[in-house]
Design a protein around this ligand. Structure first.
Ligand code: ADP
Length: 751
C-alpha cells in the first residue's frame, strides 16, 4: 500500500517537474515567428499540473479547494488557447469578439471556481477524502460546473472538427494535423479513464505532458514554415515574384500564388509530400537541387507558360546559418526575354540592313562601272571628231592669211577647247565619285607652277579687262613634291571661276608658305575676286555636283556646276579642304592649305624672273624642224591621219600614214622609224595589241620610240601606256605645242 502511495505522489511530482522541464526546453527553442499561443500553453500546463499535485497533497478542504481552482485554468483558459492555436494552425480566422467572449466566459468560470465554497454555484457540496494517503475531492456539481463541462465538450468538438477539416487541406501539413489529433485523443482518454479505476488518479497531467512533447515536435517542424512564411511576406511585397519551399528531404512546405501561376502543378502537392519526379518541371527542380549539393549557391532554369517566360531559381533555405531546406523563387522574365528578343530582332534588322546596303552597294558599283565605261567610251567618241575639227582648224589658222577667217577659226578653237574641258570635267568627276582618282606625286618647281597658272588665266583675264594679281611668296620652297597636274587643275578651276564670275576689278592668286615641319610645307593658296559674290545661304551648297547657284545672274555664264565638286574631291584626296568666303555683290575668296613635301627648301625667289627667263627662252627658241625624221602615224580614222600629217608637216616632217594595225606591222617589217605614233582605239587590233606584236616579232630597235595616240582622256592613262610598253603618250586632239614637245624630246632635232 505504502508503495502505491509513493508511486502516486511521485507521479504528481513528476508531472510537475517534467512539465516545467518541457516548458524550459520550449523557452530555449523559442524563436521569433512562432505562434503566440504556444508560450501561453507552455506556462499554463506546469501551473495546472501544480494544481493537481497541490490537491493530492492537500491536508484540509480549503487547501484542496484552492488547488482545485487552479485546475480550472485548464477549461477556462488552456482550452481557449488550444482552440485559438488550432484555428491558427488550420489557417482559419475567428472574429476578435468571439475570442473576447470566450476569454470572458473563462474568467467568470474561474472566478466562480475560486469562490465556489461561498456561493455553491460550482459545487453544491465538497468533501475531501484520502485514498491511500493521496487527497481527492468528492464533489456534488452545481450549475456552473455543468456550463464548464459543456464548454470543454464544445472546445473538444470544435478542435476535433477543425483538425479533421485540416486533414482535407493540401496546404496544411498532414503530419502536424495527425499529431494534433493525437493530442486531443490522449487528453480525451485521460479525461475519461483514470478516475473509474482509482478515485485519486488523475491522468490529465500526464496527457498534458504528452501534449507538451507533441507541441515541441510541431514547433520544430513549424519553425520551417514560419521561416518560409517570413520569406514569403518579404517577397510577396514584390507582386510578380513567387516562392515555394521544401525541407531538406525535398518535402513540400508551401508556396505563394505567383509561384502557382508559373508552376500550377505545385497545387497538386500535399504539404510534406516528397517532390515527385513524374513531372518535367519537378524533375528540373530536383536536378537543380542535386547541382546545389555540388557547388553553387543557386541554380536556375526557365519555364514558359501562357506566353510568359519565368525564371525559376533554386537555392538553399536557411534558419540562421543552418540549412533547413530549399526554396524556389519564380519571377516573370518576360521583360528580360522580350528585351533579348528585341535585341535579337534589332541585330537581325541590322544584318538585313547591312545586306541591303551591300546589295545596293554592289548595284551602285556595277552601275558606276557601267557609267565609267560609258563615260570613257563617250569621251573617246566625242574627242575623236573634235580632234579632227580642231586639227583642221589649226591648219586653217596657220595657213589662212584672211583675218576674218582667222577670227572664225579662233572661235572654233576656243569653243572646241571648252567642249573638251567639259568632257574632261565629267570624266574627272566620275573618277572622283568612283574613288578611282589617284594622286601621283612628282617633284615640281614651285615657280613653274605659278608661272603656268598665270599663263593659263592671263589671256582670259585680259580679255575681260580684269587685273590679274599674282601674290607669290618668295620664301616658298624652290622644289616641292606633289601632284602638280592636279594642283594646277584645282587652282585653274578656281581662277577660271573667278574670271567667269567677275565683271570688273581684279582676280588675285596668292600662294604663301604658312609653315614647315618635318620636311612638309603647308602651302596656303587663295583665289580672290571682286566679282558678283555668292549669297550666304548658297555657300554651303556650292560644292554639290551639278549645282549652280544664283542662276538669275549667272544664266549667261557657261558652266556645268561640276568644277567646285571636282576641286573639293581633289583637295580631299590631297589632305586639304576648300574654304569659301564671299560677300554678295562684292567678291569671293576661295582658299585652301595644302601639305607638300619639300624637295629643295631654297627660297623660290621672284617667280617672275623665272617667267621672264622662260619667256626669253621661248623667244630665243627657234622654230623646230626635223625634215629627216622618220615618222609613221597609225590611226584608223582618216581624218585624224590627215590632221596628224598636216601637224607633223609644220615641223617639216613627211610622215607615213597607215590605217590599221595589220598594215602597220607590214610596213614596220620593211622599214625603220624614229617615232611611231600609234592610235589606241582601233578596230580589229588595237594599239596595245599592235605594240605587243611589234615587240614579239622584234620589228623595231631600241632607238624607235612608240608614242600612244589616244582620245582616252581619263587620268592615269599615262601610267597605263607606260606600263604597256609605250615610251610616251600624246592625247588627241593633238595640240601643236604638245606635239612639238614630244618631237623635241625624242628626235635629235636640227635647229
Ligand atoms: P560652274 O561650272 O557652274 O562654274 P562650279 O562648280 O565651278 O560650276 O561652281 C558652282 C557655282 O558656284 C557656280 O555656278 C557659281 O554660281 C558659283 N561660283 C563659283 N565660283 C564663283 C565665284 N568666284 N564668284 C561667284 N560665284 C561663284
Amino acid at each position: 500500500m505504502e508503495k502505491r502511495l509513493e508511486v502516486m505522489i511521485i507521479y504528481f511530482h513528476a508531472t510537475v517537474i517534467l512539465s516545467v522541464l518541457l516548458s524550459s526546453i520550449f523557452v530555449l527553442r523559442w524563436r521569433k515567428g512562432i505562434s503566440v499561443h504556444f508560450p501561453i500553453i507552455f506556462v499554463f500546463i506546469p501551473v495546472i499540473n501544480m494544481g493537481y499535485l497541490s490537491v493530492a497533497m492537500a491536508t484540509n478542504e480549503s487547501e484542496a479547494l484552492l488547488a482545485n481552482a487552479i485546475e480550472y485554468l485548464d477549461g477556462c483558459f488552456l482550452e481557449v488557447f488550444f482552440f485559438l492555436y488550432v484555428i491558427n494552425f488550420c489557417k482559419l480566422k475567428i472574429p476578435k469578439l468571439v475570442t473576447g467572449t470566450l476569454m470572458l466566459i473563462g474568467s467568470v468560470l474561474l472566478f466562480i471556481a475560486i469562490n465556489t465554497s461561498s456561493n455553491g454555484l460550482m459545487y453544491k457540496s465538497v468533501e475531501l477524502k484520502q485514498y491511500h494517503g493521496v487527497s481527492y475531492l468528492v464533489k456534488e456539481y452545481g450549475p456552473a460546473h455543468t456550463v464548464y463541462y459543456a464548454m470543454i465538450a464544445l472546445y473538444l468538438i470544435a478542435n476535433l472538427s477543425v483538425i479533421i477539416y485540416s486533414l482535407t487541406r493540401k496546404n496544411i501539413s498532414r503530419t502536424n494535423s495527425i499529431l494534433l489529433l493525437m493530442v486531443y485523443m490522449v487528453i480525451m482518454l485521460a479525461f475519461i479513464i483514470g478516475k473509474p479505476f482509482n478515485p485519486a488518479l488523475e491522468l490529465l497531467p500526464a496527457s498534458y505532458l504528452f501534449s507538451q512533447v507533441i507541441f515541441l515536435i510541431i514547433m520544430s517542424r513549424i519553425n520551417l514554415y514560419d521561416i518560409t512564411e517570413t520569406a514569403i511576406t518579404s517577397l510577396s511585397e514584390n507582386g510578380s515574384i513567387g516562392f515555394a519551399s521544401f525541407d531538406m528531404k525535398m518535402r513540400y512546405l508551401g508556396c505563394t500564388d505567383p509561384a502557382l501561376e508559373c508552376l500550377p502543378e505545385l497545387a497538386d502537392l500535399y504539404v510534406d509530400q516528397v517532390l515527385p519526379e513524374n513531372n518535367e518541371n519537378f524533375a528540373k527542380i530536383i536536378r537543380c537541387v542535386d547541382k546545389l549539393q555540388l557547388s553553387s549557391d543557386s541554380t536556375y532554369f526557365y519555364v514558359t507558360r501562357n506566353d510568359i517566360s519565368y525564371k525559376i531559381t533554386v537555392s538553399h533555405l536557411y534558419a540562421g546559418k543552418r540549412r533547413t531546406g530549399y526554396q524556389l523563387r519564380t519571377e516573370d522574365n518576360t521583360l528580360e526575354t522580350k528585351k533579348l528578343e528585341t535585341l535579337k530582332l534589332k541585330e537581325r534588322q541590322k544584318e538585313m540592313e547591312a545586306e541591303i546596303l551591300k546589295l545596293e552597294k554592289t548595284a551602285a558599283e556595277s552601275a558606276n562601272e557601267a557609267k565609267s565605261s560609258f563615260l570613257a567610251q563617250m569621251s573617246h567618241e566625242i574627242r575623236t571628231p573634235i580632234n579632227a575639227i580642231l586639227g583642221m582648224n589649226e591648219m586653217v589658222l596657220r595657213e589662212s592669211s584672211e583675218p576674218q577667217i582667222k577670227e572664225y577659226a579662233e572661235n572654233i578653237k576656243s569653243s572646241g577647247r571648252t567642249l573638251l574641258s567639259i568632257i574632261n570635267s565629267i570624266l574627272d568627276f566620275s573618277k572622283i565619285e568612283d574613288g578611282k582618282m589617284e594622286i601621283e606625286p612628282v617633284s615640281y618647281e614651285t615657280a613653274t607652277l605659278i608661272y603656268d597658272l598665270e599663263n593659263t588665266i592671263l589671256e582670259r583675264a585680259k580679255t575681260k579687262g580684269l587685273e590679274l594679281i599674282i601674290d607669290a611668296d618668295e620664301k616658298l620652297p624652290k622644289t616641292l613634291r606633289g601632284d602638280d597636274i592636279r594642283i594646277k587643275q584645282v587652282i585653274t578651276n578656281l581662277l577660271t571661276n573667278a574670271v567667269k564670275y567677275t565683271e570688273k576689278g581684279s582676280v588675285t592668286l596668292s600662294v604663301k608658305k604658312e609653315s614647315e615641319t618635318d620636311g612638309t610645307a603647308m602651302i596656303a593658296v587663295s583665289v580672290i575676286d571682286t566679282g558678283i559674290g555668292i549669297k550666304e545661304e548658297d555657300i554651303g551648297v556650292l560644292t554639290e555636283s551639278f549645282k549652280r547657284v544664283d542662276l538669275i545672274h549667272n544664266r549667261t555664264i557657261e558652266g556645268t556646276g561640276l568644277g567646285l565638286s571636282i576641286v573639293t574631291g581633289l583637295l580631299s584626296k590631297m589632305d586639304s579642304q576648300l574654304e569659301v568666303k564671299s560677300v554678295y555683290h562684292q567678291g569671293s575668296a576661295f582658299s585652301f592649305v595644302l601639305p607638300q613635301k619639300v624637295e629643295n627648301s631654297e627660297p623660290m625667289g621672284d617667280y617672275k624672273k623665272r617667267t621672264h627667263k622662260q619667256a626669253e627662252k621661248d623667244d630665243k627658241e627657234e622654230k623646230f624642224s626635223a625634215p629627216d625624221a622618220r615618222v609613221i602615224v597609225v590611226d584608223d580614222n582618216k581624218m585624224n591621219l590627215k590632221v596628224a600629217g598636216k601637224l607633223l608637216g609644220l615641223f617639216g616632217i613627211k610622215a607615213d600614214m597607215v590605217g590599221s594595225g595589220k598594215e602597220a606591222l607590214q610596213v614596220l617589217s620593211e622599214k625603220e622609224y624614229d617615232i611611231i605614233f600609234l592610235d589606241h582605239m582601233m578596230p580589229e587590233m588595237d594599239g596595245i595589241e599592235v605594240l605587243r606584236e611589234i615587240k614579239a616579232r622584234k620589228l623595231i630597235s631600241d632607238k624607235t620610240e612608240v608614242i600612244a595616240l589616244t582620245a582616252n582622256a581619263i587620268s592615269g592613262v599615262r601610267e597605263m601606256y607606260l606600263s604597256e610598253g609605250f615610251d610616251d603618250y600624246l592625247s588627241k586632239p593633238i595640240e601643236p605645242a604638245e606635239l612639238e614637245a614630244i618631237l623635241r624630246k625624242y628626235l635629235n632635232a636640227e635647229g
